[in-house]
Design a protein around this ligand. Structure first.
Ligand code: NBG
Length: 812
């Protein structure tokens, strides 16, 4: 399908015979689906070829186990990968249609919460582009991340019916469904060779139906697979009840089974220990392991060679139940000796930790685990017992160490520490940025890293330059390609270094600024139609988009805005002396996270007051479009001048938004946290606005006994700012309205917002001074682009391959 005519034929076939409609009678959805199917045809041959090659070469592959994939829209990515955009534009044009209109019809698959899920999507993109065999495994949630709306500024959640109009990007394979068991009990018995064995007698089961998605490499003819599992009731289950004559109960049972893949848990970073979530976790890893052993590997495969063929990467603790599952398969089902099975298991897993918040490390109650997965609990106990014997021998008499390293903890109730299980089982444990990996070693797993110093490593996160530069920022991409002479940078992002000398070229800066200005125009148009938000386009765009979390400190940004506003209305500064800015927010709060929702309401209330106050009009604008998602990110990031990365030092594992902004030519105002550290090192101190306490200072401040109220009392501007919020100025005089946020700040301030306030204001002054010199600002911004090639997820993949996976690329 390389010519316009071929495309038109393919499209019309899909429309007429796939959708059963004529062009004249087709809906926009018909046309979008026909278009997607015509485009995907181009990928399918490559897909089959890729799989065949992989099979022939018996290549080792990565099985990426992730409960989340935040994919973003598929159509544009498929067009980019196949290089079909122009042909399609022309073909549609000949039919009186536009690509722009049809791409708007796609609902993005929001099968993830935030950075962790988006990272998984970037990684599979990079592996496909690098011709490394990989299969991504996850869950096909019927409802992805909720759709956020604001009612009176308050977040309300609506279900995300992303599949309602049909999904042209998936290939269901019900004939390859696998059965997964739950509950029941275990039984020991003696086998024919006189060996003592255990079998699991489960109580109920469900089927996992695989849905395959194509993961196209960038113009390299390769397409990897993402396999998402959907739960459905097993026949046996229904039949028993149908036969008992209870039709209604049978249908209800079906719903019960299908609930497993119904909805994504909307918690980001801080999971809830709910039974359904454990069911989801076991469901998808059990399906995936079975798929590997029974469908992907050749029949009669010698399982002692498993580590030569597959590495299961555990994306955080969510899939860690795969460890006892593999042990169960090898020992109970394949009859292997425990020690042999354990040796294989230890080589087949590696674990990525994505957090530093203690409350985010998953812990499952032993009671719940035992009820749902009795055999797995026994296996975990045995792994722990053998491990603790080893530790006892290494550190005789050290009971404290044993308790600290045990997978099982007894407080506050007997439970299983999944991160420890993953650390003990995994061949490697990695953090996601240099600072994070160091803090993991020193603070989260100190005993483990002392015992196994070589097990711990770092792989700094990355982002795919295909989606987050080439697709989302066509203007800058064109400028780069023109300047570098070819498009090689799209798969070799280090080449952006060649832009450096151009940072000093006034003509280049001018063009660079023109791109940014055009991106602001585009964003402003999007926000008018999407949200009825009107933005000035000739001001600085100061952007903070990420999940709403106290540690990320959206309130610090808010205090800055209220401070500027307070200074104007109280006459401390003349409005003309304030640098014009638009403050843009995007953030979803977990539905049960009360204070986060209060903060959203406060941002909206402050925005409403400021935007309607004639005293500041045109100077300060606050915009908070609802339902921030990948599609909106692709518009917001290229338009940003200033990127807000202001988490409390030592709390943000990495951040990946920070990388996207810098790569698109925004300057960062940020703390010394996560990957900000590496961004600053690479772009240079002069091109980054650093502020705030360093991680050891944070520790020291807390150790001394931090008192937010005394910071408030000793800083008159901070006091005036908080008092303005407390006075009811943003809530029609209602002083109680934002009391929860105010008292949270003054009473507890867990993330030291007030302690960093003065430093943040001072850094914002530096920002203003720098922005006042457009030429110099552009120079800094260009250097950010030029020096951020390191943050390509292709580089992250090289690091994973070298340090953890050892999976070579396959040859065509
Ligand atoms: C998040 C971290 C981010 C990081 C992403 C991807 C979780 C548990 N962790 O800092 O908070 O960038 O993971 O690694 O969602």
């Amino acid at each position: 399908m390389h010519t316009v005519d071929e495309f038109i034929n393919g499209f019309m076939d899909e429309l007429n015979f796939g959708r059963g409609v004529s062009l004249a009678r087709s809906s926009r959805n018909d046309r979008y689906i026909a278009l997607s199917k015509a485009v995907r045809q181009n990928l399918q041959a490559r897909w089959m070829k890729t799989l065949a090659r992989q099979y022939e070469q018996q290549a080792k592959s990565v099985a990426y186990l992730s409960a989340e994939y935040l994919l973003g829209r598929q159509l544009d990515n498929a067009l980019l990968a196949t290089g079909m955009t122009e042909v399609v534009e022309e073909g549609l044009g000949a039919l009186g249609l536009t690509l722009d209109d049809l791409r708007g019809q796609e609902t993005e698959p929001g099968l993830g919460n935030g950075g962790l899920g988006r990272l998984a999507a970037c990684f599979v993109d990079s592996l496909a582009t690098m011709s490394v065999p990989c299969i991504g495994y996850g869950i096909r949630y019927e409802y992805g991340i909720f759709r956020q709306e604001f009612e009176d500024g308050w977040q309300v959640e609506h279900s995300d019916r992303w599949l309602a109009l049909g999904n042209p990007w998936e290939f269901p394979h019900p004939e390859h469904a696998v059965t997964v068991h739950f509950g029941g009990s275990t039984q020991t018995y003696t086998d024919e060779n006189g060996r003592e064995r255990t079998r699991w007698l489960p109580a109920w089961d469900v089927q996992g139906v695989p849905y395959n998605y194509m993961v196209p490499g960038y113009r390299n003819g390769r397409v990897n697979t993402l396999r998402l599992w959907s739960a459905r009731a097993t026949r046996a289950f229904d039949l028993r009840i149908f036969n008992a004559g209870d039709y209604v109960e049978a249908v209800r049972a079906q719903t019960f089974a299908e609930n497993i893949s119904k909805v994504l848990y909307p918690e980001d970073s801080t999971p809830q220990g709910k039974e359904l979530r454990l069911q989801q976790q076991y469901f998808f890893v059990a399906c995936s392991l079975r798929d590997q052993l029974e469908n992907v590997l050749p029949k009669q495969f010698d399982l002692t060679k498993l580590p030569d063929r597959v590495i299961f990467q555990l994306n955080d603790t969510h899939p860690v139940i795969a460890v006892p599952e593999l042990m169960r398969l090898l020992v109970d089902e394949k009859g292997m000796e425990w020690d042999d099975a354990w040796a294989i298991t230890q080589k087949c897993f590696a674990y990525t930790c994505h957090t530093l918040l203690p409350e985010a490390l998953e812990v499952w109650s032993a009671e719940l685990l035992g009820k749902l997965l009795p055999r797995h609990l026994e296996i975990i106990y045995k792994i722990n017992e053998i491990f603790l014997d080893e530790i006892r021998a290494a550190y005789p008499g050290d009971e404290i160490k044993l308790r600290r390293m045990s997978i099982i903890t007894d407080h506050p109730e007997r439970s299983v520490r999944m991160a420890y299980l993953a650390t003990i089982a995994g061949s490697k444990v990695n953090g996601v940025a240099a600072l994070h990996s160091q803090l993991l070693r020193d603070k989260v797993f100190p005993e483990f890293s002392a015992y196994w110093p070589d097990k711990f490593t770092n792989v700094t996160n990355g982002i795919t330059p295909r989606r987050f530069l080439r697709l989302s920022n066509p203007g800058l991409s064109e400028l780069i390609t023109e300047t570098l002479g070819d498009e090689g940078w799209v798969t070799d992002l280090d080449r952006l270094r060649e832009l450096e000398p151009h940072a000093d070229d006034p003509a280049f800066r001018e063009r660079f600024r023109a791109v940014k200005a055009a991106n602001k125009q585009t964003l402003a148009q999007v926000l008018v139609t999407r949200d009825s938000i009107t933005l000035p386009t000739d001001v600085m765009y100061d952007v903070m988009v990420k999940r709403l979390h106290e540690y990320k400190r959206q309130t610090l940004k808010l205090l800055h805005i209220v401070t500027l506003y307070e200074q104007i209305i109280s006459g401390k500064i003349a409005v003309e002396d304030v640098m014009p800015r638009a403050f843009l927010f995007g953030a979803k709060a977990a539905p049960g996270y009360r204070i986060a929702k209060e903060i959203i309401a406060l941002i909206n209330a402050v925005g409403k007051t400021i935007n309607n106050d004639p005293q500041v009009q045109g100077r300060l604008t606050v915009a908070f479009p609802a339902n921030y998602n990948v599609t909106l990110a692709e518009r917001l990031i290229p338009a940003a001048d200033l990127s807000e990365q202001i988490s409390l030092a030592g709390k943000e594992a990495s951040g990946t938004g920070n990388m996207k902004f810098a790569l698109n030519g925004a300057l960062t105002i940020g703390t010394d946290d996560g990957a900000n550290v590496e961004i600053r090192e690479l772009v240079g101190d002069d091109n980054f606005f650093l502020f705030g306490m360093l991680e050891p200072e944070v520790e020291a401040t807390i150790a001394k006994g931090y008192s937010p109220v005394s910071v408030y009392e000793s800083d008159p501007q901070l006091k005036a700012t908080i008092d303005l919020i407390a006075s009811g100025h943003f809530s029609d005089g209602d002083r109680n309205r934002f009391e929860p946020v105010v008292s949270n700040l003054l009473g507890e301030d867990r993330f030291l917002t007030l302690a960093d306030y003065a430093a943040y204001l001072e850094a914002q002054k530096r920002v203003e001074a720098a922005y006042a010199d457009p030429d110099d600002w552009s120079r800094k911004a260009i250097l950010n682009v030029a020096r951020c090639g390191f943050f390509s997820s292709d580089r992250s993949m090289v690091d994973y391959i070298d340090r953890i996976w050892h999976t070579p690329a396959i040859t065509q």
